[in-house]
Design a protein around this ligand. Structure first.
Ligand SMILES: Nc1ncnc2c1ncn2[C@@H]1O[C@H](COP(=O)(O)OP(=O)(O)OP(=O)(O)O)[C@@H](O)[C@H]1O
Ligand SMILES: [Mg+2]
Length: 508
């Protein structure tokens, strides 16, 4: 093996009960390169990275992993061992402890001590150093639960960077980041690369492969399809390798005709329920017609999630303004109220709000929808199973069967379960907060098709999205938020990326 190969993955196979997650996969990673890893949800990307980082130790897979010319033999629960060897990983799902500070999280499990007591001064000084060096825009003393998802992701990266990393694995690091944060991350990666750090980079945002990687490997159904130098690839070729077929269009055509105004939000103001002095929404208005898809655009932190969770009765305390459904004024104090009125929300953070990981797919999908299956004395199990199967199939959820625990699903497939669950509730108003985050191109297309179908049946949909192409590709009209208020609504026919960005940054 030549010296310039830092990781030589040889014939690796990894099985779970009923699933071959990796089948005889061989990949060579060059020293100092940024190597992209690409594939549909469930293709095996995270599983491979978990082998490299010791989550699945030596002996739980077959094949070899050569690291710097020596066989990598990570022991059970030896995640520390991998990082001591210089392999650091930022996992797909956030792993921070919400009640702790940034500094406590960065040094969790490896706290420096001074004469037997934890050296907090050093922890905060060192953490501040890392945060400053990479300009991550977070304070070392901030408490994690007060940060947005984007900042949390930055802390995860800081945590990995605090190791003396030779290999840095990033499993979908940008799925929750704003454009500006993504730019920042890309420049961090350039700096690391200049220092000789090797990076393995997983993303579902295909344009990022072209921005940052030197080579890309595509996995499909647990098998390696190909490794190619990035300059030899196009987005179209990449998609073909990923899904194994041609995909001509990214957004399916809808045939809907939005009707009368169904739902109105008029000059809504709301404050943080835990801190009534802090305003979270200060003047949001929009109309939503029957069978319309309304996109909500805006930068991270512009109040999009706050607005929809307030409407849903889960977050802000309304101080001013009105919400009406079919002409009647609504007062929504809890998610239960909202659901009763026919409003559903597919939440942003699937792990926290959307999914019970230790329950099966079937239970997760049918749980909020049991009333649909209530027979006279008992639940109609067959109807439940049928309907859930149909949803799972529609979204091509990848699992051995519907009894599988959601904890065993790949990240994108967990997201699909959350969506299936809310699609089953047949709402009048369906609110989707970044519904395709972390979802592969093929499954995105399936979700879009379902959205179109629902809208054609008269469901009104509100979709928050950070991807401008998606907003433009799927919405009938687009409301843009800036600093907690709505900054106007565009008809999609008049909207461009530039106009939306100008409204989102208020430079119009
Ligand atoms: N702990 C587990 N138990 C059982 N099956 C698992 C487990 N972890 C992963 N799998 C299965 O292995 C396959 C590969 O999953 P993996 O998480 O590696 O996919 P991925 O490529 O990272 O997908 P995504 O893009 O959705 O994150 C999937 O079919 C998944 O359901
Ligand atoms: Mg994954």
């Amino acid at each position: 093996m030549s010296d310039d190969i830092i990781l030589d993955i040889q014939d690796v196979t990894k099985e779970f009960p009923g699933v071959v997650a990796l089948n005889d996969v061989s990949i060579q990673i060059k020293r100092g390169e940024i190597h992209g890893l690409c594939g549909e949800n469930g293709a095996g990307k995270s599983t491979l990275m978990k082998i490299l980082s010791g989550v699945y130790p030596y002996g739980t897979y077959s094949g070899n992993v050569m690291y710097n010319g020596k066989e990598l033999k990570l022991e059970n629960s030896a995640i520390r061992q991998a990082s001591d060897l210089g392999i650091a990983i930022v996992h797909q799902e956030l792993t921070l402890v919400p009640s702790m500070t940034v500094g406590e999280n960065v040094y969790l499990g490896k706290e420096p001590t001074d004469k037997g007591t934890i050296d907090w001064n050093k922890i905060y000084a060192d953490t501040s150093g890392i945060l400053k060096r990479y300009n991550l825009g977070v304070s070392a003393r901030a408490v994690i639960q007060d940060l947005g998802v984007g900042k949390m992701q930055m802390v995860e990266i800081a945590k990995a960077l605090s190791e003396n990393a030779q290999v840095l694995i990033l499993d979908e690091p940008t799925s929750a980041l704003t454009e500006a944060e993504i730019d920042k991350l890309m420049s961090i990666l350039e700096i690391l690369k200049a220092h000789g750090v090797t990076c393995i980079y997983i993303t579902h945002k295909l344009n990022e492969f072209f921005r940052i990687t030197d080579n890309v490997t595509v996995l499909r159904d647990g098998e390696k399809v190909i490794t190619l130098p990035t300059p030899e690839l196009t987005e179209e070729r990449l998609v073909n390798y990923m899904v194994g077929r041609q995909m001509k269009e990214r957004f399916p055509k809808g045939h809907r005709q939005p009707g009368e105004v169904m739902f109105q939000v008029k000059d809504l103001h709301a404050v943080d329920p835990n801190n009534p002095d802090r305003s979270v929404i200060n003047g949001a208005s929009f109309d939503l017609r029957r069978g319309e898809i309304l996109g909500i655009a805006g930068l991270m932190g512009s109040g999009r999630t706050e607005l929809v969770t307030t409407i849903f009765g889960e977050y802000g305390k309304v101080t001013e303004g009105e919400i009406t459904l079919e002409g009647k004024s609504l007062k929504i104090d809890s998610a239960r109220d909202a659901i009763k009125h026919g409003i559903s929300l597919v939440p942003e953070d699937r792990k926290k709000q959307g999914l019970v990981l230790i329950k099966s797919i079937l239970e997760n999908i049918s749980l909020p929808n049991l009333n649909q299956f209530a027979g006279f004395f008992s639940l109609d199990k067959d109807a439940e199973l049928d309907a859930s199967m149909k949803q799972a199939k529609n979204l091509s959820i990848k699992a051995p069967n519907l009894q599988a625990y959601c904890s065993s699903l790949s990240g994108g497939n967990q997201q699909k379960v959350v969506i299936a669950k809310w699609l089953m509730s047949r709402p009048k108003i369906l609110i989707m907060d970044d519904p395709t985050r972390g979802v592969d191109v093929g499954a995105k297309y399936e979700i879009y098709k379902l959205m179109n179908e629902l809208a054609e049946q008269g469901v009104s949909i509100i979709m928050i999205s950070s991807e401008l192409e998606e907003v433009l590709g799927m919405s009938d009209s687009i409301m843009v938020m800036h600093e907690g208020r709505s900054n106007g609504t565009l008809n999609v026919a008049d909207a461009t990326q530039e106009k939306i960005m100008a409204m989102a940054t208020d430079i119009a």
